[in-house]
Design a protein. Structure first.
Length: 194
């Protein structure tokens, strides 16, 4: 999975030096990624970016304006230093694979090749993927109350998990736009949507 992900990242950002890519490939060969741990043995004692929280209500609105709420795990996307200061914390839901993905989609998600999805393959969360497109905010005071009454931090990321999260967030939110959009930005042309 990691080798495929590095290949995917280097294709996405061709400015990455081939020497850097080769050194990363050599470094990862010494690890057995089928047994790599993504999480700390115990959660961090305070809320941090990448914490996995159990039993959070995520509400989604479909094209008809109807609401659907699911109770599932969530991963904190907000930066650790913002969690104590911001009124709202950004959290993405973890969705069970079998609920919406076919076998081919599962294979691609497990290799972390979708921009908007992420998973921790061969881990305690192997049946779930993170869906960045369904990220939402939770009021910090409400979240702290939920953590005391109804839910808990199940996992905190270790360094491997944390850097995978940062890489995926960077790719999803900050990858270069398509050439047509870049040309429009350069020229200042206005597009009217109908």
């Amino acid at each position: 999975m990691i080798k495929e992900f590095i290949e995917f990242t280097s294709d996405l950002f061709p400015s990455i030096s081939p020497y850097t890519k080769e050194n990363v490939n050599k470094a990862i060969e010494q690890f057995d990624y089928d047994n790599l741990e993504w999480f700390r043995p115990r959660p961090i004692s305070y809320l941090s970016q990448g914490d996995i929280i159990t039993k959070l209500p995520f509400t989604f609105i479909d094209e008809n304006g109807d609401k659907d709420t699911i109770l599932t795990k969530g991963i904190i996307l907000s930066n650790t230093c913002d969690i104590d200061h911001d009124d709202y914390i950004i959290i993405a839901p973890l969705i069970e694979y079998d609920s919406i993905l076919n076998e081919n989609q599962k294979r691609i998600v497990k290799s972390n090749k979708y921009y908007d999805k992420m998973c921790f393959t061969n881990s305690q969360l192997d049946g779930y993927f993170i869906d960045f497109t369904r990220s939402t905010t939770f009021n910090r005071k409400l979240l702290l109350r939920l953590l005391k009454e109804k839910t808990n931090v199940e996992y905190s990321l270790n360094q491997y998990g944390y850097y995978l999260l940062l890489t995926k967030l960077t790719i999803y939110f900050m990858r270069p736009e398509d050439q047509d959009t870049n040309k429009i930005r350069e020229t200042g042309n206005i597009i009217v949507y109908s």
